[in-house]
Write a protein that binds this ligand. Sequence first.
Ligand code: MG
Length: 403
Amino acid sequence: MRLVAGWATDVGLVRAANEDSYLVDDALGVFAVADGMGGHAAGEIASSTAVEALRAALARGDDVVTAVLDANAEVFSRAHRQQSLAGMGTTLTVAVTEGGRHLRLGHVGDSRAYLLRDGVLDRLTDDHSMVEELLRAGRITAEEAAVHPQRNIVTRAIGISPLDLEVDTRLVEVAAGDRVMLCSDGLSGLTTASELQSLLDDRTCSPQEAATRLVDLALAHGGDDNVTVVVIDVEEVDDTAPTPRGGAGARPEPSTAHTGAAEPTPEVPGAASTDSADSPGGLDTRVPRRRGRAVLWLLATTVPLVLLLVGAWFGLRAWNDHQFHVGVHDSHLALFRGSADAPFGWDPVVLTEASDVQVSRIQDEAQRAAIEHNKACVTSSEATARRCFAEQRNRALNPGTTS
Ligand code: MG
């Protein structure tokens, strides 16, 4: 088996810049589409960062899910290193040759993968979009989904969170004659499944011609979004001949990863489809993220703890500043600010006012003991403390009084 790919991308007729990216790497047998979102140049950077990180991970030998998670960590990390990129994200739909006669799909977001076999087009991915979730739950109809005001909202995307990203993955057996298509919603949101099926089933078109015609079709339907298409034909070859990994590598062109230019786009448009013939294939495995980035995990767990401790420290300081008691300073009666019972060996007591009265002159044993143990006149009111201090001093000087 060998794979022959064609690809096309266009900014469309409405947008000022192309935030889609794609990846066609014959040597690795990797094909991907990413649809970026974010302000300024962030969408373009998100999608191009994702496909570059994806390719690097697959080149290292990572499996598809791990590679998608790596892409997620890289986009998230980059967004947090640069303020202007905060909140950026991207969809990512990837197909990788596996075992010679299979394609392994990885998928996050509302870009799509389709398989045309024997003239019938099947959708291989579920959209992670609010509208499609409503559609699957039976709460809206396909007709309502097509015009739903929030059809542009994705519910899962690369780069939004460092943890708990769920990656849909699916192993698809392919055979000679199959045609696989990856596309951004700039195509699927503007066309019907029957249109896509009809165009892809025209075998007089090469994959490259098919990709170009599909982009032209989206433009003919208004081109209100960036549109990106990768078409991959599965061809039979002599299996005894040496082939690159997974049987890919038929194209003579060098591997390429394309990114468009920047444009502020707060969301990924076109999540919904009205295509009744679209039958989302059941994804056979949903793999929760098990491998977090250690640094991100540490940040997520330690930063709140540090903030909590700092808050507790300032709270304790504020409380202590409003504690007073009468005690002993150089064997003399004195007034102190701060608690003598502060925790952790902390000694926050500050001498506020000393006196000329030696504590040993206090005849009342209980009164003297309380003073010597910093238990006299304990209060949170400075005025009360000063009044009590004056009384203690007077009683020491005039043992006969009771004031
Ligand atoms: Mg789009």
